[in-house]
Design a protein around this ligand. Structure first.
Ligand SMILES: NC(=O)c1ccc[n+]([C@@H]2O[C@H](COP(=O)([O-])OP(=O)(O)OC[C@H]3O[C@@H](n4cnc5c(N)ncnc54)[C@H](O)[C@@H]3O)[C@@H](O)[C@H]2O)c1
Length: 267
C-alpha cells in the first residue's frame, strides 16, 4: 500500500529499559515516531528518564518515567504495575539497559584468569539478570493480551567473542540464548522474542572525548575491524528495533540480528 509505514507500532505501549540516553533513548524516540500508544522510559537515573519523557511528549505521544534498576525484580514489578495503570500494559519490552550497569565503569580487563571475580557481577547483573527480571514481570501481561514483542540489545562480543571482555560477552550471549528459549515458550501466545547484537556505538563518550579518542592508536586498531569505517550511532539501531516491534515482524522470532558495520560476518 502506498504510504504504508513499515515500522507502524499500531498503538502498542512500549517499555524501553536504559532509555535515558544512548541506544535506548534512540529506540524510545523511534517507537514514538511510528505510532506507539505510549512509552515507559526506564532508567535507574530519574533525571535522564524524565528528560526523554519530555522529548517523547513533545512528539505528541504519551510517556511516563519508569525509574528502577533492572537488577531489582521487586522494583521492576512495582513500577510495571504503575506504568500499566497510567498507559495500559506494555506489549512491547525492549531490554536495552546494559554495559556495566549503575557501576558505569566499562573497562577492558586483564585476561580472564587474572581478573578479580569481584568485577563479574556488574556485567552479569544488568546484562543477564536484568533481562530475566524484566521478561519475568512483563510476559504475564503479554500472555494475557495474546500479543507481545521482546527485543533484547546484546553485543557482537557475545556472538564472536571479545578478549578482555569475557564476562560481559558471556552475559550478552546468555541473554541471547535466553531469548531463543523464551521465543519457544511464548510463540503460541503471539509473542516474538529477538536480539540485536551491536558493534561499537558512539554513546559512552562525549563528542569531545570521542574526538580525542579518534587520535589514539587504540581507536585506529579498533576501527580497522569495521568494514564501514565508523562507529555506529543510535539511529543505526533504532530502525531495526522498531521493525522487530511492528506487526510486520510477527513471523520473526528467536533470532539474533547483528548491527555492526561489518565487524563480523557469518552465514
Ligand atoms: N555502546 C556500545 O558500543 C555497545 C556495543 C555493544 C552493545 N551495547 C549494548 O547496547 C545497550 C545500550 O548501550 P549504550 O551504549 O546506549 O548505553 P549507555 O551507557 O550510553 O546508556 C545506558 C543507559 O542505561 C541505564 N542503565 C544502565 N544500567 C541500568 C540498570 N541496571 N537499570 C536501569 N537502567 C540502567 C544508564 O543509566 C544509561 O542511561 C547496552 O545493553 C549495551 O551493553 C553497546
Amino acid at each position: 500500500m502506498i504510504g504504508e509505514d513499515t515500522l507502524d507500532i499500531g498503538g502498542q505501549v512500549a517499555l524501553v529499559t536504559g532509555a535515558g540516553k544512548g541506544v535506548g533513548r534512540g529506540i524510545a524516540l523511534e517507537l514514538a515516531k511510528h505510532n506507539a500508544g505510549g512509552i515507559a522510559v526506564n532508567d535507574f537515573d530519574a533525571g535522564r528518564a524524565n528528560e526523554v519523557v519530555e522529548e517523547v511528549r513533545a512528539m505528541g505521544v504519551k510517556a511516563v518515567p519508569a525509574v528502577f534498576d533492572v537488577t531489582d525484580r521487586g522494583a521492576v514489578a512495582t513500577v510495571y504495575e504503575k506504568v500499566t495503570a497510567e498507559l495500559g500494559a506494555p506489549t512491547i519490552l525492549v531490554n536495552n539497559a546494559g554495559n556495566a550497569g549503575p557501576d558505569g565503569t566499562f573497562d577492558l580487563g586483564p585476561p580472564f584468569w587474572d581478573e578479580d571475580p569481584a568485577v563479574w557481577n556488574k556485567y552479569i547483573a544488568t546484562n543477564f539478570y536484568g533481562v530475566l527480571n524484566c521478561c519475568h514481570v512483563a510476559l504475564p501481561y503479554m500472555v494475557e493480551a495474546g500479543r507481545g514483542r521482546v527485543v533484547t540489545i546484546v553485543s557482537d562480543s557475545g556472538r564472536v567473542g571479545e578478549p578482555r571482555l569475557a564476562v560481559y560477552a558471556a552475559a550478552k550471549a546468555g541473554a541471547a540464548g535466553f531469548m531463543r528459549s523464551l521465543a519457544k515458550d511464548a510463540g503460541r501466545h503471539g509473542i516474538t522474542c529477538n536480539s540485536i547484537a551491536l558493534g561499537s556505538i558512539q554513546t559512552m563518550q562525549t563528542p569531545e572525548q570521542f574526538e580525542a579518542y579518534k587520535q589514539t592508536d587504540q581507536y585506529k586498531k579498533a576501527i580497522a575491524q569495521y568494514t564501514i569505517r565508523r562507529y555506529g550511532q543510535p539511529e543505526d539501531v533504532s530502525g531495526l528495533a522498531a521493525f522487530l516491534c511492528s506487526d510486520r515482524a510477527s513471523w520473526i522470532t528467536g533470532q539474533t540480528y547483528p548491527v555492526n558495520g561489518g565487524y563480523s560476518m557469518a552465514q
